[in-house]
Design a protein around this ligand. Structure first.
Ligand code: PLP
Length: 421
């Protein structure tokens, strides 16, 4: 994607963000289809002739138009809930290209996954394996599984998005994985298809992922010797992106490093989320007020933590750019960019130097992943619309929620006659 100033206007793939804000209002998410597709292709092409499947991690951004666009390029999907499965199926993507991860799959989710023909269930405990076997026997369909190994490796990322340490809830230790494969082999309803690992998100170095993959490859080798041959190695996702000054490895460099670890007879499954969509989205927001106190200047905007939770949740840094380039020499403000929600944790950016006045339009950058997907209705705020910029220009792919949508399922609504006039 190309996001740059053209004649003083911040544009995304040739569309002026100010014009998009004018048309669809603010706050508003805007994504680059070209950027998303280019990153998927970068993964796909990095595998060269090696057997592989790139399964986009739907939780990063589950907009149907993005799922559909990636499905058309041949993406598989990594899902973590029955809801995500329905989203993928709704786009017409084949269930056979789906891997189902997550520590808490319900019996209903497992049954639905088996009935739909999901390609592989990534198992995270002995109890889950038993539940899958029971569901498979009941539906009369063998379940293809991979055990997700927790290699106890520090991915060096934020504690909330680290998943491969023994104190994390994810996966099973190597020893337990061995035992689970043996019991899987002896169960006619279970087909051990692969082995999986995923050690965390926003990873900015290759070494921990390589170390994790080395462990699961060694395990697959041992299992083959025990007559449990596996077809695929699932190396997970987790590649980081640039929010501030991070220097994550290139997609190609990561894939090539992993391919060196995996013997050529295995299919390699990869589950990238953030690195496909993260840098390809922006959140547009308008300045409502500039409020100066003795301690701080606050730029109060119309987007809030309910629209973009990452700063409040992870102390995450997002670049904030004015949609119209400020005049040279314009007065700048040392400020925090905050939303209207009644929480002091409701901030989008802190300690910035900005030119900002009421009515100005700002773009919060790198907001394509874990952004809209984490949006809530806190403070009875409808979620923003989503716009996809395509070759033909911007297209609304999700309408702005209405307050009426928020009340629709509540049982205590007053009827029209009862409502106060
Ligand atoms: C979240 C998740 C991913 C994707 O992680 P990213 O950091 O977005 O690439 C992949 N696999 C599993 C099992 C996950 O939970």
């Amino acid at each position: 994607m190309h996001c740059d100033y053209v004649d003083g206007q911040l544009t995304l793939d040739g569309s002026a963000l100010a014009a998009i804000a004018e048309r669809y209002g603010t706050p508003c998410y805007v994504y680059s289809r070209a950027g998303i597709e280019a990153r998927f292709r970068a993964y796909d092409e990095a595998f060269g002739a090696r057997a592989h499947r790139v399964c986009y991690a739907v939780k990063a951004n589950d907009n149907l138009s993005i799922i559909r666009a990636l499905g058309r390029l041949g993406a598989g999907f990594d899902i973590v809930s029955g809801g995500e499965l329905e989203r993928v199926l709704a786009t017409g993507a084949p269930a056979g290209n789906v891997v189902f991860s997550g520590v808490g799959k319900t019996a209903a989710e497992i049954q639905r996954a088996l009935a739909a023909g999901v390609g592989c269930l990534n198992v995270e405990s002995a109890a889950e394996l038993a539940r899958i076997a029971a569901a498979a026997a009941a539906t009369g369909r063998t379940a293809a599984i991979a055990i997700r190994v927790n290699p106890d490796i520090d991915a060096g990322t934020h504690p909330y998005i680290s998943t491969g340490l023994k104190e994390n809830k994810f996966g099973v230790p190597l020893d337990e994985a061995r035992a689970l494969y043996r019991s899987a082999r002896d169960n006619p309803w279970i087909e051990p298809r692969g082995v999986a690992c995923h050690i965390g998100s926003q990873l900015t170095t290759i070494a921990p992922v390589v170390a994790a993959v080395r462990e699961v490859v060694a395990l697959a080798g041992e299992l083959a010797a025990e007559d449990i041959p596996l077809a695929h190695i699932d190396v997970g996702g987790g590649l980081g992106i640039r929010y501030e000054d991070e220097q994550p490895p290139a997609i190609r460099a990561l894939v090539e490093a992993l391919l060196r670890e995996v013997p050529a007879h295995y299919e390699v499954v990869m589950e990238p989320g953030r690195s496909i969509v993260g840098e390809c989205g922006v959140l547009l927001t308008r300045v409502e007020y500039v409020k100066s106190t003795a301690a701080r200047n606050f730029v109060i905007v119309d987007a809030a933590m309910n629209d973009l939770l990452r700063p409040a949740l992870y102390d995450a840094w997002h670049e904030v750019l004015p949609c119209t380039a400020p005049a040279p020499g314009a007065h700048t403000l040392e400020c925090d960019v905050v939303g209207p929600v009644c929480e002091s944790g409701d901030w989008l950016a802190r300690g910035r130097t900005l030119v900002a006045a009421p009515g100005d339009l700002l773009a919060v950058m790198s907001a394509g992943a874990y952004a809209f997907a984490m949006a809530s209705n806190y403070n009875a705020r409808p979620r923003p619309p989503e716009v996809l910029v395509e070759a033909g220009g911007p297209r609304l792919v999700r309408a702005r929620e209405r307050v009426a949508d928020l009340m629709r399922d509540e049982l205590e609504r007053l009827s029209e006659e009862e409502a106060p006039k």
